[in-house]
Design a protein around this ligand. Structure first.
Ligand SMILES: Nc1nc2c(ncn2[C@@H]2O[C@H](COP(=O)(O)OP(=O)(O)OP(=O)(O)O)[C@@H](O)[C@H]2O)c(=O)[nH]1
Ligand SMILES: [Mg+2]
Length: 294
């Protein structure tokens, strides 16, 4: 068994098994066994053969959406990217084709007839003046999922105005009910930031949930509360969906240590919905730095 794969197994084992495997792992390290290949996003997120993936939170949703779509596209999958809120218009190279139409029937017709040709389509309802695209209804996303031959739909379901930390407002995130996997994202650069409207999205709500006063500094505990609280990042995740916590930007100075301390606090909170914590660096290689199983 490859060393990395073994670490992943270790976290979900009973204590006796863990001891035995730890010994084997130490032996393999000592014997100079090479580390397994870096994890892809598909492996890190534990994606199944077909998924509707909803992205919520702050600090990397759009970056994750297009990076994951590219990875899946390169593996020959049929992928649709879209949003139920707003996204920045994809740069050239981020999507094979961008189709914009306010008429949902037209959008559906385009996906069902052209996805085989393009393999990756981004769809939206409208181009907004701000360089952003207005998204589609969650009903359309559900409809596409049930009626078109799509391997993966990736949906940005939340907005944070570019900040690394947020607390959702009433009605956020807008997660389609057929979602199979919710990826709840926070940027680890949020740790140490002053909780104010400039740094975090919805500072007042963040303060209320975490107990950190406005003007105080965000902590690892505060980030873990935002991730795990019933009114936190993955609120409104359908009960049938899996949930993964994704701590992004571990490439920043001290980022991995920050991410690990948040991950530790998340695991301690034992939220039964969170199946794993992924430490990510979406603008670097490899995109998955580590996976910690709850
Ligand atoms: N250092 C670093 N920066 C990143 C990483 N991933 C994303 N970013 C940057 O973080 C900022 C926010 O990323 P987005 O992907 O736009 O985040 P978002 O969650 O979609 O943000 P909103 O749509 O505004 O809610 C951008 O400037 C990205 O370039 C990363 O892994 N490391
Ligand atoms: Mg975005």
């Amino acid at each position: 068994m490859k060393l990395r794969a073994m670490r992943i197994v270790l976290r979900s084992m009973d204590p006796d098994q863990k001891v035995i495997y730890s010994i084997v792992e130490k032996f393999m390290k000592g014997a100079g066994v090479e580390k397994g290949p870096p994890l892809s996003l598909t492996e890190g997120l534990g994606l199944r053969a077909r998924e509707m993936i909803s992205l919520a939170g702050a600090g990397g949703k759009t970056t994750l959406m297009f990076r994951l779509a590219k990875e899946l596209y390169l593996h020959g999958k049929r992928v649709v990217t879209t949003t139920t809120t707003k996204i920045l218009e994809p740069a050239s190279g981020e999507t094979a084709f961008l189709f914009i139409d306010q008429n949902e029937k037209e959008l559906k017709e385009f996906v069902s007839t052209r996805l085989d040709e393009y393999k990756h389509l981004t769809i939206a309802a409208e181009r907004l003046g701000s360089g952003k695209l207005k998204g589609v209804s969650p009903n359309l996303v559900n409809d596409l999922w049930s009626s078109c031959k799509i391997d993966y739909i990736i949906v940005e379901t939340d907005g944070a105005a570019g900040r690394p930390v947020k607390a959702p407002r009433e009605g956020e995130p807008v997660i389609p009910s057929s979602t199979t996997l919710v990826v709840a994202i926070l940027g680890v650069d949020g740790i140490g930031m002053e909780v104010n409207e400039k740094n975090v999205f919805q500072a007042e709500r963040v303060s209320k949930l975490t107990g950190i006063p406005e003007g105080g500094k965000m902590t690892d505990e505060g980030m873990a509360v935002l991730m795990t609280h019933s009114m936190g990042i993955f609120k409104r995740a359908p009960s049938s969906s899996r949930v993964i916590a994704f701590l992004n930007k571990v490439d920043i100075p001290n980022g991995k240590a920050k991410a690990k301390s948040i991950a530790q606090k998340i695991i301690e909170k034992r939220n039964p919905r969170i199946e794993r914590v992924v430490l990510g660096q979406l603008r670097n290689e490899p995109p998955v730095a580590e996976v910690i199983f709850a």
